[in-house]
Ligand binder design. Structure first.
Ligand SMILES: CC(C)(COP(=O)(O)OP(=O)(O)OC[C@H]1O[C@@H](n2cnc3c(N)ncnc32)[C@H](O)[C@@H]1OP(=O)(O)O)[C@@H](O)C(=O)NCCC(=O)NCCS
Length: 158
């Protein structure tokens, strides 16, 4: 039997924890798979201002321990274009179930308001760990690309 997932909480990155979020890092061989968090925070801050998309940068906590970072991106004009823009668990806390628990929480958060039919993300084709995680929760390869990344989509059941 699989062990229970750890409890995690997602909180909007705030003035209290943004510097800790910037310090989270992935393993050297994962660096090409995700942008540095400092870049994601800059993007969220700059591009949410007057842009079409709303960026939600999220700290992933297990109790008081910061274990990762995620960012959802939603088009607030059509309200039907939802992306997981970033997703990472810091290197020393990987393989403990935080990734799976946080991904499920993120999907729950993104669909809580109703009306979300599809969640998409893009992933480096060599990122087999992330692909296996995404596929295990229902994401499927769309056959489309965003640059050199494959686009996966999750059909949300009402
Ligand atoms: C992908 C990532 C978020 C997974 O986080 P994690 O906390 O280690 O994941 P979990 O411990 O919850 O494991 C969930 C599943 O991920 C997959 N997985 C995670 N690490 C893996 C590895 N090293 N090799 C193979 N599969 C792996 C497995 O399917 C695993 O399920 P299982 O435990 O039932 O086998 C993490 O490896 C990471 O941050 N990678 C670098 C950044 C990145 O690639 N982000 C995604 C960008 S698209």
């Amino acid at each position: 039997m699989k062990s229970a997932l750890p409890r995690v909480e997602l909180k909007l990155v705030s003035r209290n924890d943004w510097e800790s979020v910037v310090k989270l890092s992935v393993a050297p061989d994962q660096v090409e798979f995700v942008a540095p968090n400092v870049r994601s925070l800059a993007e969220a801050w700059v591009r949410s201002d007057g842009e079409h998309y709303r960026y939600s940068p999220l700290s992933i906590y297990s109790g008081v321990m910061l274990v990762g970072f995620a960012m959802s991106v939603a088009d607030h004009a059509t309200s039907d274009d939802h992306w997981i823009g970033r997703f990472m668990i810091t290197h020393r806390h990987q393989r403990k179930g935080f990734g799976r628990a946080a991904l499920l929480k993120l999907i729950e958060r993104m669909t809580a308001g109703g009306g979300v039919r599809l969640i998409r993300l893009s992933c480096n084709p060599h990122n087999s760990a992330a692909i296996s995680l995404y596929e295990s929760v229902g994401f499927a390869d769309t056959g489309k690309m965003a640059g050199n990344e494959m686009i996966y989509a999750l059909e949300v059941k009402e």
